[in-house]
Design a protein around this ligand. Structure first.
Ligand code: PEP
Length: 252
């Protein structure tokens, strides 16, 4: 069970300090990960020893390139050098605001794996697509194109996590019903196995989209939901701690 915070372009040194002051994970047994802005990765790693349990840090995006004349980009290697263990790839904000397409996301995924980072590959449909009954087609396309030729060796497979984030639920306060989320997760598992030849049954699939302490239990108790990718509610140490407690309780 995972609680992964996506801080997006939020937090500053003061709010990171207060996040850790208010974080209390001593009774939680779930995985606790966070992706701050790249500029804050070292600071968060240095503070993570205050968490009282393993607390892992990752990026929100990486370049598909190794290194070179790519002004403004961050390499997977630099992220890994700092001590990050994972990166998000294909978050809906990257897809929509920065026009990242399947081909680019496929390159980024392979680049991250080649630098020993775990990839949290994000997929999810827009509201119109759901209304038009296209959810499964969209998810299938995002997975089969974005993860095309994904290496099937054991190590690479254990470095893959999927996040199902319906775009209409991200940052809107509108959360998918437990049934909508479970159905999508079950479908994703099937695509990983049947279309991509991956160990879908062993791949963690996280739900993301307006998760908060008040709605987490219903979602996290679904059979195919292995954790949450959390934006807004991951910014405060108190909320993050509560989410980790809920997830840990469900593991028992
Ligand atoms: C996200 O950005 O990945 C996310 C799920 O955001 P929020 O929890 O704020 O909806």
């Amino acid at each position: 069970m995972f609680i992964v915070g996506n801080w997006k372009m939020n937090q500053n040194l003061d709010s990171i300090e207060s996040f850790f002051t208010n974080l209390s994970l001593k009774d939680s047994t779930c995985e606790t990960w966070v992706s701050p802005q790249s500029l804050h990765v070292s600071t968060v790693i240095a503070k993570s020893s205050q968490a009282g349990k393993p607390f892992f840090v990752g990026g929100q995006n990486i370049s598909e390139q190794d290194n070179g004349a790519f002004t403004g980009e961050n390499s997977a290697e630099s992220l890994q050098d700092l001590g990050a263990i994972f990166t998000l790839v294909g978050h809906s904000e990257r897809r929509s605001l920065y026009k990242e397409n399947h081909e680019l996301l496929n390159k980024k995924t392979k680049q991250a794996l080649s630098k020993n980072l775990t990839v949290i590959f994000c997929v999810g449909e827009q509201l119109e697509e759901r209304k038009n009954g296209m959810t499964e087609a969209v998810l299938k396309n995002q997975l089969t194109e974005g993860l095309k030729d994904y290496p099937t060796d054991q190590l690479s497979q254990s470095r893959l996590i999927i996040a199902y984030e319906p775009v209409w639920a991200i940052g809107t306060g509108e959360v998918a019903t437990t049934e909508q989320a479970q159905d999508a997760h079950h479908f994703i598992r099937k695509i990983l196995m049947d279309d991509l030849g991956l160990q879908g049954d062993l791949t963690p699939i996280l739900y993301g989209g307006s998760v908060k302490p008040s709605n987490a239990e219903g979602l996290l108790s679904q059979k195919d939901i292995d954790g949450a990718l959390v934006g807004g509610a991951s910014l405060k140490g108190e909320d993050f701690s509560q989410l980790a407690q809920i997830a840990s309780k469900l593991m028992k």
